[in-house]
Structure formats: C-alpha cells, structure tokens
Design a protein around this ligand. Sequence first.
Ligand SMILES: [Zn+2]
Length: 272
Amino acid sequence: MPELPEVETTRRGLAPVMIGRSVRRVVIRNHALRRPVPRELPRLITGATIRAVTRRAKYLLVDCGSGTLILHLGMSGRLWVVTDGAPATRHDHFDLELDSGAIVRLRDPRRFGLVLWRKGDVAGHPLLREIGPEPFSAEFDGAYLHRATRNRSAAIKLVLMDSHVVAGVGNIYANEALFRAGIAPRTAARRLTRSRCDALVRTVRATLELAIGAGGSTLRDYVASDGRAGYFQNQFLVYDRAGEPCSQCGASIRGIRQGQRSTYYCPTCQKA
Ligand SMILES: [Zn+2]
C-alpha cells in the first residue's frame, strides 16, 4: 500500500513534469474508483494551467487555478508519466495529457484510489479538513504530541497512526519510528513524558525522510518507467522481521496484532 514516502516520491517526480503545463486532454476509462470520478472533469480542467503539485497526508493536490484535482493512490494505485505514447492497459483508469505530450497515468488494480475535484479552497474539503499536522511541519513538535496525547489511553502506536493526530504515518513507519525512539508500541499514549514525545517526533521524521530519500534514488526510473519501478526497497529495523535478531541488542523481534494491523518490536530496546 502506498504510504506517505511513496506519495511524496511520486509528487517529486510529477511536479517538474506538470507545473506550468496546460491540460490538453483528460481520459477517464473507468469512473468506478472508491468514489465516482466526476463526469464533468474533462470540461473543468481541459485547457487549465497547472500551478502547483502539493501533498497533504497521502493526497496529491494538483492546483489548476479555478480548483484542485485531488488524487489518492488507495491500496494499489500508481501514478507515473508516459512519454512514449504507451497504450493504456486494463487497470489504467485515468490519463491527464499535457501540452508537452506527456501523459500522467493512474493505474489502480483494486480501485480504492480517488480522482476528485474541489472548486476553490481545497483545505476545506471534507477529506482534508480533519487531518492533523504534517509530520514535517513546525506544528508537529514534542509539545504538540505531548498535548495531543494527555487524554489518550490507547496504545501510542494506534495514536501515531490516527490521522487526526498527525498526517500520514502508516503502519510501517509507526513501527520503525517507535523502535528508533525506544518506545514499546503498547504503551498508553498519555504515559509518554515530554522528552519521549520529543524523541518520537524526531524519529517519525527521520524514518519518513529515510524512506523518501530511498524513493528519491529511483525517481528517474519511476518517471520514465512502465510504473513498476520506483517503490523503494526499504531496510526495515523491525517491520516484518518477527523472529529475527534485533540490530541493536540481538534479542528476537516480536510480532503482535494491534487494531487489526501487524506490530513488530524489540522487547529489550523498547520500553513502556
Ligand atoms: Zn533490541
């Protein structure tokens, strides 16, 4: 499933191709994504000039002047740039053809992705307005996390994955950030001290930065490819490593379930 680093990597690949270009053609092959792709979209954005390509949580926002195209990769979506006129295949549901001839194409076999339109202020869209601060924003700091967790008795891992608290920290990165901060995933969020909140904010950022950096190294492939390349190979410290030795202490990494998701942690390095 594409998480924040993949979405940011995608954004960095698309921005230079899209910004300043105008939309020559919109092709919707399948309207039935998680929500219907608006039928009026071709009329709304054909001829529009793209002003910016930004990201909010895992949403990509394409500023078209009069409004914003909101894109989400869902469970299995990929966006990439077709420069050789390659024909669309079965799961290629949406094309945005630019005046340069490049085509930004969405492939999404499971169709949980989104292609939506928001006229005017995009931050006020119902899908976006409740989302907490971005992990790299100044607002997301130790003081904020400490404040936000004072009345939360739920496990810190679940709170970290709550998009109202912080945007876009998915399962993999919550596991990795907690390991780096030495915090046991089942610790009640409200028990974290201010200094542990400071540490956790640092490790959330470091973990995401590392993944974005790794994604960046395959960016060129991503943009030029058939959509297969570009998902970085991560070197996880705990994620998906149950039974393997901890890189810090050698203890066996444990795997448990929390809120229907897999949690991995080191029973020695991570303390409640
Ligand atoms: Zn350990």
